[in-house]
Design a binder for this molecule. Structure first.
Ligand code: PMP
Length: 384
């Protein structure tokens, strides 16, 4: 009775773990939750009644024109020139992954993904029947491996800026090389970019798709990490040939994105309030990143190695002698600690002893306690 693809529909491990992680008393490094202190405070009373009642009516599928214009203007400052007609407002950038999957993937479609990669993208690509071809990404991208895989795929999904989970940020040179490969082989480049603004040391390089000359491309961003994930607001920008199809797919999916969220974000962008909001949020994230770096150094150094991420929300930690990170995750959960096993991010399903630790949600004192507990559990596993 059910569609055949449902057999390929796996539950997102993150959602399952988050259900447990949100129990009181659990220290959670599992989800990608922004700091509560950095979430946008909305004064609904400040919205004008006329605009508010307008937002209660059905709206355009593409999104509010004024918001699309704001997004296009903002993208130009980041280095991606586009017109507002190329912008599609999404109910969260997760929706972009669904729409692009529907546009590009059928059973057996070869798709290039990084290994590790964002697990909810893997979930969607697999649902639509993608044949995933992986390129290793640990503390750097393997351009030779990318060059070897590119000729055989139709779509390449990359998160080149503070990747989830590895935290890696492609250099400008690497971005140019990938764009050139996409041009050479006519591969559609899908750049997922929700962490760009969360840069703690130096600003991120320009988007990879801005170097593309002839290949089709899709870029997406999100307001989840900069403002609030509960708004469910993101956006997609695509090559002019692709955007009409994506708009129709969006129409078939949900008619249009939440207008109240669009109104709130439009007013923030028009009022120039995003940068001041980020200026308040970034020190909170930087402090937590540094707190986790110090706690890892204090407690986990004998058992693991990692790089301090220059942006984003995660440490990607390689454990020296643990090769069952799912078992470690269960062990942690029974000790009121939530972590993400690295195996969940590996398209090939191999457990290479990595774990992903989110540093943005827990306060520094909890980070210290949680990492001390993690080190104790890892040391116990290593003795077994
Ligand atoms: N892409 C990546 C790489 C992510 O990490 C996330 C969320 N964690 C998303 C897309 C989806 O984000 P949202 O739907 O909240 O915009």
């Amino acid at each position: 009775m059910l569609a055949k693809r449902i057999e390929r529909l796996t539950s997102s491990l993150v959602r399952d773990i988050l259900a447990v992680a949100q129990r009181p008393g659990v220290i959670s490094f599992a989800g990608g939750l922004p700091a509560d202190e950095a979430l946008l405070q909305v004064d609904v009373n400040a919205l004008s009644p006329d605009v508010l009642s307008d937002a209660m009516q059905y709206g355009p599928t593409e999104g509010e024109r004024a918001l699309r214009e704001q997004v296009a203007r903002r993208m130009a400052t980041i280095g991606l020139q586009c017109s507002a007609d190329q912008v599609l407002i999404l109910n969260g950038s997760q929706q972009g992954i669904d729409l692009v999957s529907k546009l590009m993937i059928e059973e057996g479609t070869p798709v290039l993904v990084e290994e590790p990669a964002y697990l909810a993208a893997l979930q969607s690509f697999k649902l639509f029947g993608a044949d995933l071809r992986t390129v290793p990404l640990q503390q750097g991208v393997d351009i030779d491996a990318l060059a070897a895989v590119m000729p055989s795929v139709n779509l390449a999904y990359l998160t080149p800026t503070f990747q989830n989970p590895s935290g890696y940020c492609y250099s400008e040179e690497e971005r140019k090389s990938v764009a050139e490969l996409a041009d050479t082989h006519g591969v559609c480049l899908f750049e997922d970019d929700p962490y760009r603004e969360l840069a703690y040391d130096t600003p991120a390089p320009v988007p990879m798709v801005s170097f593309v000359q002839s290949a089709p491309w899709i870029y997406q961003g999100s307001f989840s990490k900069t403002l609030a994930p509960g708004l469910r607001l993101g956006f997609l920008i695509a090559h002019p040939d692709l955007i009409p199809h994506l708009i129709r797919l969006k129409q078939a999916a949900d008619l249009h994105s939440n207008r109240l969220s669009q109104l709130i974000v439009r007013q923030i962008l028009e009022g120039g309030e995003l940068e001041p909001h980020l200026a308040k949020s970034l020190p909170i994230y930087r402090e937590r990143r540094d707190a986790m770096a110090a706690a890892l150094q204090r407690h986990l150094a004998p058992y693991a190695s990692w790089q301090v991420p220059a942006g984003g929300l995660f440490f990607w930690v390689k454990l020296n002698a643990v090769n069952d990170t799912l078992a470690l995750m269960r062990q942690c959960l029974s000790n009121e600690l939530a972590i993400m096993p690295g195996v969940a991010f590996m398209a090939g399903g191999r457990d290479e002893g990595y774990i992903r630790l989110n540093f943005s949600h827990a306060k520094p004192e909890l980070i210290e306690r949680g990492i001390a507990k993690l080190a104790q559990l890892v040391s116990e596993q290593q003795k077994v």
